[in-house]
Design a protein around this ligand. Structure first.
Ligand code: CTP
Length: 406
Protein backbone atom coordinates (compact mmCIF):
# COMPACT_ATOMS: atom_id res chain seq x y z
CA UNK A 1 0.00 0.00 0.00
CA UNK A 2 1.20 3.50 -0.83
CA UNK A 3 2.23 5.82 2.05
CA UNK A 4 -0.05 8.81 2.67
CA UNK A 5 1.39 12.00 1.19
CA UNK A 6 0.31 15.62 1.10
CA UNK A 7 2.08 16.11 -2.20
CA UNK A 8 0.17 14.80 -5.23
CA UNK A 9 2.30 13.72 -8.17
CA UNK A 10 0.04 11.01 -9.60
CA UNK A 11 1.23 9.97 -13.05
CA UNK A 12 3.97 12.60 -13.29
CA UNK A 13 7.26 11.64 -14.94
CA UNK A 14 10.17 12.89 -12.86
CA UNK A 15 13.75 12.64 -14.05
CA UNK A 16 16.05 12.84 -11.03
CA UNK A 17 19.65 13.86 -11.70
CA UNK A 18 22.26 13.14 -9.02
CA UNK A 19 25.72 14.72 -8.96
CA UNK A 20 28.81 14.04 -6.85
CA UNK A 21 27.96 15.51 -3.47
CA UNK A 22 27.80 14.06 0.02
CA UNK A 23 24.11 15.10 -0.04
CA UNK A 24 23.48 12.39 -2.66
CA UNK A 25 22.08 10.19 0.15
CA UNK A 26 19.15 12.63 0.36
CA UNK A 27 18.31 11.85 -3.28
CA UNK A 28 17.36 8.34 -2.15
CA UNK A 29 14.79 9.78 0.28
CA UNK A 30 13.58 12.22 -2.37
CA UNK A 31 13.15 9.40 -4.89
CA UNK A 32 11.03 7.44 -2.40
CA UNK A 33 8.90 10.50 -1.71
CA UNK A 34 8.25 11.07 -5.41
CA UNK A 35 7.32 7.41 -5.85
CA UNK A 36 5.04 7.48 -2.80
CA UNK A 37 3.29 10.56 -4.17
CA UNK A 38 2.44 8.64 -7.35
CA UNK A 39 5.21 9.76 -9.72
CA UNK A 40 7.23 7.58 -12.03
CA UNK A 41 10.94 8.27 -11.48
CA UNK A 42 13.96 7.71 -13.70
CA UNK A 43 17.42 8.47 -12.35
CA UNK A 44 20.47 9.92 -14.07
CA UNK A 45 23.81 10.08 -12.26
CA UNK A 46 27.11 11.73 -13.07
CA UNK A 47 30.12 9.37 -12.86
CA UNK A 48 31.19 11.24 -9.68
CA UNK A 49 27.81 10.61 -8.03
CA UNK A 50 28.48 6.84 -8.01
CA UNK A 51 31.12 7.40 -5.32
CA UNK A 52 28.43 8.80 -3.01
CA UNK A 53 25.43 6.56 -3.68
CA UNK A 54 25.22 3.35 -5.67
CA UNK A 55 23.23 2.89 -8.88
CA UNK A 56 21.86 -0.27 -7.26
CA UNK A 57 20.26 1.76 -4.44
CA UNK A 58 18.70 4.22 -6.87
CA UNK A 59 17.56 1.52 -9.32
CA UNK A 60 15.87 -0.35 -6.48
CA UNK A 61 14.10 2.74 -5.18
CA UNK A 62 13.09 4.13 -8.59
CA UNK A 63 12.26 0.69 -10.03
CA UNK A 64 14.03 1.75 -13.22
CA UNK A 65 17.56 1.18 -14.56
CA UNK A 66 20.01 4.00 -13.87
CA UNK A 67 21.70 5.91 -16.67
CA UNK A 68 25.24 7.24 -16.11
CA UNK A 69 27.10 6.90 -19.41
CA UNK A 70 26.00 7.73 -22.94
CA UNK A 71 25.84 4.01 -23.72
CA UNK A 72 26.12 0.67 -21.98
CA UNK A 73 29.74 -0.53 -22.64
CA UNK A 74 28.67 -4.19 -22.31
CA UNK A 75 26.11 -4.24 -25.12
CA UNK A 76 26.42 -0.79 -26.78
CA UNK A 77 22.84 0.09 -25.78
CA UNK A 78 22.46 3.88 -26.36
CA UNK A 79 21.02 6.06 -23.54
CA UNK A 80 19.23 8.77 -25.44
CA UNK A 81 19.35 12.11 -23.64
CA UNK A 82 16.71 13.38 -26.06
CA UNK A 83 14.15 10.73 -25.21
CA UNK A 84 14.85 11.08 -21.47
CA UNK A 85 14.20 14.82 -21.76
CA UNK A 86 11.03 14.20 -23.76
CA UNK A 87 9.76 11.61 -21.30
CA UNK A 88 10.09 13.92 -18.28
CA UNK A 89 7.46 16.34 -16.96
CA UNK A 90 10.18 17.69 -14.66
CA UNK A 91 13.95 17.31 -14.59
CA UNK A 92 15.27 17.89 -11.09
CA UNK A 93 18.95 17.81 -10.27
CA UNK A 94 19.36 17.16 -6.56
CA UNK A 95 21.99 17.49 -5.28
CA UNK A 96 23.51 19.90 -7.81
CA UNK A 97 27.20 20.62 -7.18
CA UNK A 98 28.94 23.94 -7.89
CA UNK A 99 30.66 22.18 -10.80
CA UNK A 100 27.39 21.01 -12.39
CA UNK A 101 25.72 24.41 -11.86
CA UNK A 102 28.67 26.09 -13.59
CA UNK A 103 28.52 23.68 -16.51
CA UNK A 104 24.75 24.15 -16.83
CA UNK A 105 25.20 27.93 -16.90
CA UNK A 106 27.96 27.65 -19.50
CA UNK A 107 26.21 25.03 -21.63
CA UNK A 108 28.92 22.39 -21.19
CA UNK A 109 27.74 18.91 -22.12
CA UNK A 110 30.40 16.44 -20.99
CA UNK A 111 28.15 13.86 -19.36
CA UNK A 112 24.70 12.36 -19.86
CA UNK A 113 23.15 14.41 -17.03
CA UNK A 114 24.26 17.63 -18.75
CA UNK A 115 23.36 16.68 -22.34
CA UNK A 116 19.91 15.81 -21.02
CA UNK A 117 19.70 19.25 -19.37
CA UNK A 118 20.57 20.98 -22.64
CA UNK A 119 17.95 19.08 -24.61
CA UNK A 120 15.15 18.93 -21.99
CA UNK A 121 11.99 20.80 -22.93
CA UNK A 122 10.32 20.25 -19.55
CA UNK A 123 10.74 22.53 -16.49
CA UNK A 124 14.10 22.10 -14.75
CA UNK A 125 14.80 22.45 -11.02
CA UNK A 126 18.07 22.31 -9.11
CA UNK A 127 18.85 21.84 -5.42
CA UNK A 128 22.37 23.25 -4.91
CA UNK A 129 24.58 21.40 -2.43
CA UNK A 130 28.09 22.46 -1.47
CA UNK A 131 30.25 23.98 1.21
CA UNK A 132 29.30 27.49 2.37
CA UNK A 133 32.36 29.20 0.86
CA UNK A 134 31.79 27.60 -2.53
CA UNK A 135 28.13 28.57 -2.33
CA UNK A 136 28.92 32.18 -1.43
CA UNK A 137 31.55 32.55 -4.19
CA UNK A 138 30.66 35.17 -6.77
CA UNK A 139 31.06 32.62 -9.56
CA UNK A 140 28.55 30.20 -8.01
CA UNK A 141 26.09 32.98 -7.21
CA UNK A 142 26.39 34.32 -10.77
CA UNK A 143 25.77 30.82 -12.18
CA UNK A 144 22.70 30.36 -9.97
CA UNK A 145 21.43 33.81 -11.03
CA UNK A 146 21.96 32.91 -14.72
CA UNK A 147 20.04 29.67 -14.38
CA UNK A 148 17.24 31.42 -12.47
CA UNK A 149 16.99 34.05 -15.17
CA UNK A 150 16.64 31.26 -17.75
CA UNK A 151 13.68 29.83 -15.85
CA UNK A 152 15.37 27.08 -13.82
CA UNK A 153 13.61 26.63 -10.46
CA UNK A 154 16.21 27.05 -7.70
CA UNK A 155 15.39 25.05 -4.58
CA UNK A 156 17.07 27.30 -2.05
CA UNK A 157 19.83 26.01 0.19
CA UNK A 158 18.95 26.51 3.82
CA UNK A 159 21.49 27.55 6.44
CA UNK A 160 22.77 24.79 8.68
CA UNK A 161 25.54 22.40 9.53
CA UNK A 162 27.62 21.29 6.55
CA UNK A 163 29.51 18.06 5.91
CA UNK A 164 32.77 19.99 6.28
CA UNK A 165 31.85 20.80 9.88
CA UNK A 166 31.31 24.46 8.98
CA UNK A 167 27.99 26.20 9.52
CA UNK A 168 26.39 28.28 6.79
CA UNK A 169 24.38 28.25 3.55
CA UNK A 170 25.00 25.59 0.96
CA UNK A 171 23.49 22.36 2.24
CA UNK A 172 20.91 20.71 0.02
CA UNK A 173 17.27 21.55 0.76
CA UNK A 174 15.52 18.80 2.70
CA UNK A 175 13.63 16.21 0.61
CA UNK A 176 10.31 17.20 2.27
CA UNK A 177 10.80 20.84 1.20
CA UNK A 178 11.79 19.79 -2.33
CA UNK A 179 8.81 17.46 -2.71
CA UNK A 180 6.48 20.24 -1.49
CA UNK A 181 7.96 22.76 -3.96
CA UNK A 182 7.62 20.26 -6.81
CA UNK A 183 3.98 19.62 -5.84
CA UNK A 184 3.31 23.38 -5.85
CA UNK A 185 4.99 23.75 -9.23
CA UNK A 186 2.73 21.13 -10.83
CA UNK A 187 -0.36 22.62 -9.12
CA UNK A 188 0.56 26.08 -10.45
CA UNK A 189 1.03 24.67 -13.97
CA UNK A 190 -2.46 23.16 -13.84
CA UNK A 191 -3.96 26.41 -12.56
CA UNK A 192 -2.45 28.10 -15.58
CA UNK A 193 -4.88 26.38 -17.91
CA UNK A 194 -7.84 27.76 -15.99
CA UNK A 195 -8.78 30.37 -18.64
CA UNK A 196 -8.58 28.09 -21.66
CA UNK A 197 -11.27 28.96 -24.19
CA UNK A 198 -11.73 32.55 -22.93
CA UNK A 199 -10.80 35.71 -24.82
CA UNK A 200 -9.72 38.86 -23.01
CA UNK A 201 -8.62 42.23 -24.23
CA UNK A 202 -6.15 44.36 -22.30
CA UNK A 203 -5.42 48.01 -23.07
CA UNK A 204 -1.96 49.14 -22.00
CA UNK A 205 0.51 52.00 -22.10
CA UNK A 206 0.03 55.64 -22.94
CA UNK A 207 -1.72 57.11 -25.95
CA UNK A 208 0.00 59.76 -28.10
CA UNK A 209 -2.06 62.68 -29.39
CA UNK A 210 -0.43 64.42 -32.34
CA UNK A 211 -0.09 68.22 -32.42
CA UNK A 212 1.81 68.35 -35.71
CA UNK A 213 3.97 65.85 -37.66
CA UNK A 214 6.75 65.89 -35.02
CA UNK A 215 5.04 66.73 -31.72
CA UNK A 216 2.55 64.92 -29.60
CA UNK A 217 1.08 64.88 -26.11
CA UNK A 218 1.48 61.76 -24.01
CA UNK A 219 2.01 60.67 -20.40
CA UNK A 220 4.40 58.59 -18.32
CA UNK A 221 2.72 55.19 -18.56
CA UNK A 222 5.25 52.51 -19.56
CA UNK A 223 2.69 49.74 -20.07
CA UNK A 224 4.39 47.41 -17.54
CA UNK A 225 1.22 46.70 -15.53
CA UNK A 226 -0.96 46.01 -18.58
CA UNK A 227 1.72 43.82 -20.15
CA UNK A 228 2.05 41.83 -16.91
CA UNK A 229 -1.73 41.25 -16.86
CA UNK A 230 -1.76 40.20 -20.53
CA UNK A 231 1.12 37.81 -19.83
CA UNK A 232 -0.72 36.27 -16.88
CA UNK A 233 -3.97 35.86 -18.83
CA UNK A 234 -2.12 34.19 -21.71
CA UNK A 235 -0.18 31.97 -19.30
CA UNK A 236 -3.50 30.74 -17.88
CA UNK A 237 -4.62 29.75 -21.35
CA UNK A 238 -6.77 32.74 -22.39
CA UNK A 239 -6.61 34.15 -25.91
CA UNK A 240 -5.30 37.60 -25.13
CA UNK A 241 -5.50 40.68 -27.33
CA UNK A 242 -3.18 43.39 -26.08
CA UNK A 243 -4.07 46.83 -27.42
CA UNK A 244 -1.02 48.90 -26.73
CA UNK A 245 0.20 52.44 -27.03
CA UNK A 246 3.88 52.96 -27.98
CA UNK A 247 6.19 51.22 -25.48
CA UNK A 248 9.66 49.73 -25.31
CA UNK A 249 8.26 46.42 -24.06
CA UNK A 250 8.14 43.22 -26.10
CA UNK A 251 4.74 41.57 -26.57
CA UNK A 252 4.41 38.86 -23.90
CA UNK A 253 4.51 35.27 -25.11
CA UNK A 254 1.15 34.02 -26.35
CA UNK A 255 -0.52 37.42 -26.72
CA UNK A 256 -1.71 39.10 -29.89
CA UNK A 257 -0.63 42.75 -29.85
CA UNK A 258 -2.37 45.52 -31.73
CA UNK A 259 -0.25 48.69 -31.82
CA UNK A 260 -2.05 52.01 -31.64
CA UNK A 261 -1.01 55.64 -31.19
CA UNK A 262 -3.99 57.82 -30.35
CA UNK A 263 -7.00 57.48 -28.05
CA UNK A 264 -9.19 57.30 -31.17
CA UNK A 265 -7.19 54.37 -32.57
CA UNK A 266 -7.29 52.60 -29.19
CA UNK A 267 -11.05 53.15 -29.02
CA UNK A 268 -11.65 51.63 -32.47
CA UNK A 269 -9.38 48.64 -31.83
CA UNK A 270 -11.00 48.02 -28.43
CA UNK A 271 -14.59 48.11 -29.74
CA UNK A 272 -13.67 45.71 -32.53
CA UNK A 273 -11.77 43.23 -30.33
CA UNK A 274 -14.43 43.36 -27.57
CA UNK A 275 -17.04 41.97 -29.99
CA UNK A 276 -16.07 38.35 -29.33
CA UNK A 277 -14.33 38.83 -25.96
CA UNK A 278 -15.36 37.44 -22.59
CA UNK A 279 -13.94 40.45 -20.83
CA UNK A 280 -11.59 43.43 -20.87
CA UNK A 281 -9.03 44.92 -18.55
CA UNK A 282 -8.55 48.63 -19.11
CA UNK A 283 -5.00 49.45 -18.09
CA UNK A 284 -4.07 52.12 -20.59
CA UNK A 285 -3.48 55.71 -19.57
CA UNK A 286 -5.70 57.19 -22.27
CA UNK A 287 -5.57 60.89 -23.08
CA UNK A 288 -8.85 62.52 -22.08
CA UNK A 289 -8.26 65.36 -24.53
CA UNK A 290 -6.75 65.59 -27.98
CA UNK A 291 -5.77 68.68 -30.00
CA UNK A 292 -8.82 69.91 -31.90
CA UNK A 293 -6.69 70.49 -34.99
CA UNK A 294 -3.57 68.60 -36.01
CA UNK A 295 -1.31 70.85 -38.07
CA UNK A 296 -0.24 69.08 -41.29
CA UNK A 297 3.09 70.96 -41.15
CA UNK A 298 5.50 71.61 -38.29
CA UNK A 299 4.21 74.54 -36.26
CA UNK A 300 6.65 77.49 -36.28
CA UNK A 301 7.20 79.43 -33.07
CA UNK A 302 5.79 82.96 -32.93
CA UNK A 303 6.39 85.92 -30.65
CA UNK A 304 3.54 85.40 -28.20
CA UNK A 305 2.07 82.43 -26.31
CA UNK A 306 0.66 79.41 -28.07
CA UNK A 307 -3.00 78.70 -27.33
CA UNK A 308 -4.43 75.35 -28.33
CA UNK A 309 -7.95 74.02 -28.20
CA UNK A 310 -8.57 70.42 -27.14
CA UNK A 311 -11.57 68.20 -27.65
CA UNK A 312 -12.64 65.26 -25.51
CA UNK A 313 -11.66 61.74 -26.55
CA UNK A 314 -13.88 58.69 -26.18
CA UNK A 315 -13.91 57.24 -22.70
CA UNK A 316 -13.13 53.72 -23.94
CA UNK A 317 -13.86 52.01 -20.63
CA UNK A 318 -17.22 53.78 -20.27
CA UNK A 319 -18.16 52.87 -23.85
CA UNK A 320 -17.38 49.20 -23.22
CA UNK A 321 -19.27 49.49 -19.92
CA UNK A 322 -22.42 50.47 -21.85
CA UNK A 323 -22.30 47.42 -24.13
CA UNK A 324 -20.71 44.83 -21.86
CA UNK A 325 -23.85 42.87 -20.91
CA UNK A 326 -22.73 39.90 -18.82
CA UNK A 327 -19.08 40.24 -19.78
CA UNK A 328 -16.37 41.17 -17.33
CA UNK A 329 -14.94 44.67 -17.30
CA UNK A 330 -12.11 45.76 -15.02
CA UNK A 331 -10.37 49.11 -14.85
CA UNK A 332 -7.70 51.09 -13.08
CA UNK A 333 -7.75 54.33 -11.15
CA UNK A 334 -4.49 56.16 -10.57
CA UNK A 335 -5.31 58.78 -7.97
CA UNK A 336 -3.37 61.39 -6.02
CA UNK A 337 -6.09 62.43 -3.56
CA UNK A 338 -9.50 61.20 -2.33
CA UNK A 339 -8.31 57.87 -3.70
CA UNK A 340 -11.04 55.48 -2.54
CA UNK A 341 -13.93 57.86 -3.26
CA UNK A 342 -12.61 58.63 -6.74
CA UNK A 343 -12.06 54.95 -7.51
CA UNK A 344 -15.57 54.03 -6.34
CA UNK A 345 -17.03 56.77 -8.50
CA UNK A 346 -15.24 55.34 -11.57
CA UNK A 347 -16.31 51.79 -10.63
CA UNK A 348 -19.95 52.86 -10.95
CA UNK A 349 -19.76 55.45 -13.72
CA UNK A 350 -17.85 53.11 -16.08
CA UNK A 351 -19.81 50.00 -15.07
CA UNK A 352 -16.68 48.10 -14.02
CA UNK A 353 -17.02 44.80 -12.17
CA UNK A 354 -13.97 45.82 -10.22
CA UNK A 355 -11.42 48.58 -10.22
CA UNK A 356 -7.76 48.48 -9.24
CA UNK A 357 -6.72 51.53 -7.28
CA UNK A 358 -3.16 52.87 -7.35
CA UNK A 359 -2.32 55.78 -5.12
CA UNK A 360 0.41 58.15 -6.25
CA UNK A 361 1.09 58.67 -2.55
CA UNK A 362 2.38 55.08 -2.18
CA UNK A 363 6.12 54.69 -2.81
CA UNK A 364 6.83 52.08 -5.49
CA UNK A 365 3.34 52.30 -7.06
CA UNK A 366 2.23 53.74 -10.39
CA UNK A 367 4.05 54.49 -13.65
CA UNK A 368 7.43 53.01 -14.49
CA UNK A 369 8.09 50.98 -11.33
CA UNK A 370 8.49 47.21 -11.39
CA UNK A 371 6.40 47.09 -8.23
CA UNK A 372 2.85 48.14 -7.45
CA UNK A 373 0.66 48.61 -4.41
CA UNK A 374 -2.94 48.00 -5.33
CA UNK A 375 -6.37 47.89 -3.74
CA UNK A 376 -8.97 45.80 -5.57
CA UNK A 377 -12.41 47.36 -5.15
CA UNK A 378 -15.62 45.70 -6.28
CA UNK A 379 -19.24 46.51 -5.50
CA UNK A 380 -19.10 44.96 -2.05
CA UNK A 381 -15.47 44.71 -0.94
CA UNK A 382 -12.08 46.38 -0.73
CA UNK A 383 -8.95 44.26 -0.75
CA UNK A 384 -5.77 46.18 0.01
CA UNK A 385 -2.64 44.29 -1.04
CA UNK A 386 0.93 44.98 0.11
CA UNK A 387 3.66 46.36 -2.18
CA UNK A 388 4.55 43.55 -4.60
CA UNK A 389 6.08 42.98 -8.05
CA UNK A 390 3.84 43.94 -10.98
CA UNK A 391 3.91 40.26 -11.92
CA UNK A 392 2.40 39.23 -8.58
CA UNK A 393 -0.07 42.13 -8.72
CA UNK A 394 -1.10 40.85 -12.18
CA UNK A 395 -1.62 37.35 -10.75
CA UNK A 396 -3.84 38.79 -7.99
CA UNK A 397 -5.88 40.73 -10.57
CA UNK A 398 -6.30 37.66 -12.78
CA UNK A 399 -7.30 35.62 -9.69
CA UNK A 400 -10.05 38.20 -9.14
CA UNK A 401 -11.14 37.87 -12.79
CA UNK A 402 -11.35 34.09 -12.36
CA UNK A 403 -13.47 34.46 -9.23
CA UNK A 404 -15.94 36.73 -11.01
CA UNK A 405 -16.34 34.88 -14.30
CA UNK A 406 -17.13 31.54 -12.68
N1 CTP B 1 -10.05 55.06 -19.50
C1 CTP B 1 -10.41 54.76 -20.81
N2 CTP B 1 -10.56 55.75 -21.73
C2 CTP B 1 -10.35 57.04 -21.38
C3 CTP B 1 -9.97 57.36 -20.06
C4 CTP B 1 -9.83 56.35 -19.15
O1 CTP B 1 -10.57 53.58 -21.11
N3 CTP B 1 -10.50 57.98 -22.31
C5 CTP B 1 -9.95 53.97 -18.51
C6 CTP B 1 -8.55 53.73 -18.00
O2 CTP B 1 -7.89 52.76 -18.79
C7 CTP B 1 -8.81 53.25 -16.59
C8 CTP B 1 -10.07 53.99 -16.18
O3 CTP B 1 -10.72 54.38 -17.38
O4 CTP B 1 -9.13 51.88 -16.54
C9 CTP B 1 -9.83 55.19 -15.32
O5 CTP B 1 -8.90 56.05 -15.94
P1 CTP B 1 -8.46 57.40 -15.26
O6 CTP B 1 -7.51 58.11 -16.16
O7 CTP B 1 -8.05 57.13 -13.83
O8 CTP B 1 -9.82 58.15 -15.17
P2 CTP B 1 -10.55 59.17 -16.06
O9 CTP B 1 -11.88 58.59 -16.43
O10 CTP B 1 -9.69 59.64 -17.21
O11 CTP B 1 -10.81 60.34 -15.03
P3 CTP B 1 -9.87 61.51 -14.46
O12 CTP B 1 -8.70 61.60 -15.45
O13 CTP B 1 -10.75 62.68 -14.49
O14 CTP B 1 -9.45 61.06 -13.10
Amino acid sequence: MRERQNVQLEGKHILLGITGSIAAYKAAVLCRMFKSAGAEVKVLMTPAAKAFITPLTMATLSKNPIAVEFYNPENGDWHSHISLGEWADLYIIAPATANTLAKMAAGIADNLLLTTYLSARCPVAVAPAMDCDMFAHTATQANIATLKERGVLILESPEGELASGLHGKGRMAEPEAIAAAVGEMFAAAEKKKSLQGKHFIVTAGATCEAIDPVRFITNGSTGKMGYAIAEELAARGARTTLISGPTALAAPCGTQRIDVMSAEEMYRASIEAFADADGAVMCAAVADYTPAEVSPVKIKKGEGDLVMRFTRTHDIAAELGKIKGGRLLAGFALESDNETANAEKKLHSKNFDFIVLNSLRDAGAGFGHDTNKITIIDRSSHEELPLMSKRNAAAAIVDKIEQLIK
